[in-house]
Design a protein around this ligand. Structure first.
Ligand code: ZN
Ligand code: ZN
Length: 265
């Protein structure tokens, strides 16, 4: 995988080597212009996604719940969504976030090329159902070899003009291999790392706005009030918003249950 930076075409320089999956010597390189940092030629990916290794992701449930709480506030309070539209969780894994967002009252659907839908069968996203108001991609970007292509494909698939996502950012120089847990060399799944500037550059390249607060990043056609975003993703509002939003929109927990029973019967 030679060539320049997949975000800005800048030139990449070697920054460190590390052992991946306990056996492969991997080189990491960084873009001098936008700071995109990646594993060079990650030939181990197939092995990295075997389920035995995925079992090490003990944070899955807690992370999904925390993100769902923030998203409820972001969608309702910062984006003015009132539950009329539909939403897609791209690369949605087992369907945990889709289930939680439906429980909060948002008409969320699931898609994932690499994972089977365990928790929300019947809510797979189909393009013929119409475009989504927003699409989410939680802890996906650090798994991508080509983030620009992913953003373009995901917006096209969903018809949305707003992509809400999470990935840990680094600032300044690339952290040393032993100084940042997010590298997760032991699993080999994280192969691309961003700083704030990388995501701004990506947005510019795609003609979108970038905003970010409290770990929630947004690429959008419309400019978003970042001060409001900071408040709604903050500790207090993200605790209260889910309760308030669920009451305002009406949870889909029971109506989905009835729908599933009808399909069985
Ligand atoms: Zn770059
Ligand atoms: Zn990840």
């Amino acid at each position: 995988m030679d060539g320049g930076c997949p975000v800005c075409s800048g030139s990449m320089t070697h920054c460190f080597s590390a052992e991946v999956l306990g056996k492969y010597q991997a080189d990491y390189e960084v873009c001098g212009a936008c700071g995109f940092l990646r594993a060079r030629d990650p030939h181990w990916l197939e092995e990295a996604y075997s389920s035995a290794i995925a079992a090490a992701d003990t944070g899955l449930v807690a992370r999904n719940f925390a993100v769902a709480c923030k998203l409820a506030g972001v969608l309702y309070l910062a984006l003015g969504e009132r539950g009329q539209g539909r939403y897609l969780d791209a690369a949605g894994g087992y369907g945990m976030l889709t289930r939680l967002m439906r429980d909060f009252g948002f008409d969320f659907y699931w898609a994932d090329k690499y994972c089977s839908n365990v928790l929300v069968p019947g809510f797979e996203y189909r393009q013929e159902d119409g475009p989504c108001n927003a699409v989410t991609a939680i802890e996906v970007f650090e798994h991508l070899t080509d983030p620009v292509a992913f953003v373009a494909e995901t917006l096209k698939l969903s018809g949305a003009r707003t992509l809400i996502f999470t990935t840990e950012l680094y600032e300044g120089d690339p952290p040393r291999p032993d100084a940042w847990w997010y590298y997760t060399f032991a699993t080999g799944q994280h192969i691309g790392f961003f700083k704030h500037r990388t995501l701004e550059t990506l947005a510019e390249k795609m003609g979108l706005h970038f905003s970010s607060a409290n770990g929630i990043h947004i690429l959008s056609a419309q400019r978003i009030n970042e001060r409001l975003l900071r408040v709604v993703t903050g500790r207090w509002v993200s605790r209260i918003a889910p309760l308030f939003v669920r009451r305002a929109l009406g949870s889909k927990t029971m109506s989905d249950h009835q729908l599933m029973l009808q399909r069985i019967g």
